[in-house]
Design a protein around this ligand. Structure first.
Ligand code: PLP
Length: 364
């Protein structure tokens, strides 16, 4: 059959939930200062990079990864102070672990719930795994509406509640007592997503010993290793054992394990970078607040959400103008009514942040 005769493929076998959405869009950042994805802007010192190269050169690429990298897990558990008796599950980024948890809990009619707006993957993974996703609106100041949230938990009986700590894209830490109330009320799992731990320095990990329905999710991404794709889930071995069955056997590749193992001996370096970024975040927040027509929100993460006067039309214009000045940030103005007029900027190096502020002043 010639190409001309070939009919378009019939996609009707693809599930409606899949066909209804567009693929997660990662914009082309070629030639732009990249302040859109919460990456750590610092690369490794040359000497450390060279040593890492030597280490990676010794990795046997012809062999499958260990299906259970026990030695690495034990080192990681020690490094993070995992409470006695708790277990760890490694994932290809925490994105994969979010998916695995939902997949394991996706009984017919099961619900997944999260305060909303929050991390997009909670909603996407729920839909792809056939779960009902319930996003419970935040208050206008992005805090939790305690009564609304508890009523939604009572009404929907979610298998999993995801709480981003601090919340992406708003940047705030929620009220701790309200989260405790969620842990009391939830009929299933409560996952505290601590992707921004190096910047929030606030954790639920010690609570694991007291709370059988709590899991803590973390990642190497935001601390400076987004490219290696490594996340980990902490919790009771009974939960971890179930999710481990759903995990693809070789989900964490040998180069990732070697690079992460190498960096576990150099956490001081990453901690130094995080400290610098926390200081830069606070400086950037002050500078943003001095810009006319900008409302910048407090952040416990390595990004800042801010609102421009003039609503989402103005936000689109500012976003495009910044891009024209060579600066890529994230436009969040259209993802939820609570985020009308909002843009999100990742904290970069001091000079990147200065360039951003200058470009913003020129874009308003
Ligand atoms: C960035 C982010 C993650 C990270 O996911 P990885 O797959 O580990 O890179 C997880 N949760 C939240 C809330 C995030 O913002």
């Amino acid at each position: 059959m010639s190409d001309r005769m070939r009919r378009a493929p019939d996609l009707s076998v693809i599930r409606d939930e899949v066909r209804a959405v567009s693929a997660y869009a990662v914009p082309d950042s070629t030639g732009l200062t990249k302040l859109d994805a919460m990456e750590n802007p610092f690369s490794l010192p040359a000497e450390v990079a060279r040593e890492l190269g030597e280490r990676l050169a010794q990795v046997p690429l012809n062999r499958y990864p260990p299906s259970d990298p026990r030695v690495f897990r034990e080192r990681l558990a020690k490094a993070i102070g995992l409470p006695e008796g708790m277990a760890l599950l490694l994932g290809n980024g925490s994105d994969e672990l979010i998916h695995l948890m939902i997949q394991a809990c996706a009984k017919p009619g099961a619900a997944v719930l999260s305060p909303w707006p929050s991390f997009e993957m909670y909603g996407l993974s729920s839909r792809f795994d056939g779960c009902r996703f319930v996003g419970v609106p935040l208050a206008a100041d992005f805090s939790l509406e305690r009564d609304t949230l508890l009523a939604a938990i009572a009404a929907h009986r979610p298998a999993i509640v995801f709480i981003s700590w601090p919340n992406n894209p708003t940047g705030n830490l929620f009220d701790r007592d309200t989260v405790q109330a969620v842990l009391d009320a939830a009929p299933g799992l409560v996952v505290l997503d601590e992707a921004y731990l190096p910047f929030a320095q606030d954790t639920w990990l010690p609570q694991l010993s007291m709370r059988p329905n709590l899991l803590v999710l973390r990642t190497f991404s935001k601390m400076g290793l987004a490219g290696i794709r490594l996340g980990y889930l902490c919790g009771d071995p009974a939960w971890i054992g179930e999710f481990n069955k759903v995990r693809p056997p070789y989900n964490v590749n040998v180069l990732t394990l070697a690079a992460a193992g190498f960096m576990l001996d150099r956490t001081a370096l990453l901690e130094e970078q995080a400290a610098l970024l926390r200081a830069e975040r606070d400086r950037l927040l002050m500078r943003l607040r001095s810009v006319d027509g900008v409302t910048a929100f407090d952040s416990a993460a390595n990004f800042i959400l801010f609102r421009v006067a003039g609503g989402s039309v103005a936000a689109d214009r500012v976003f495009a103008a910044l891009k024209g000045h060579g600066i890529l940030i994230k436009n969040r103005a259209h993802v939820h009514p609570l985020l009308a007029g909002c843009l999100r900027v990742t904290v970069g190096t001091p000079s990147e942040n200065d360039a951003f502020i200058n470009a913003l002043n020129a874009s308003l």
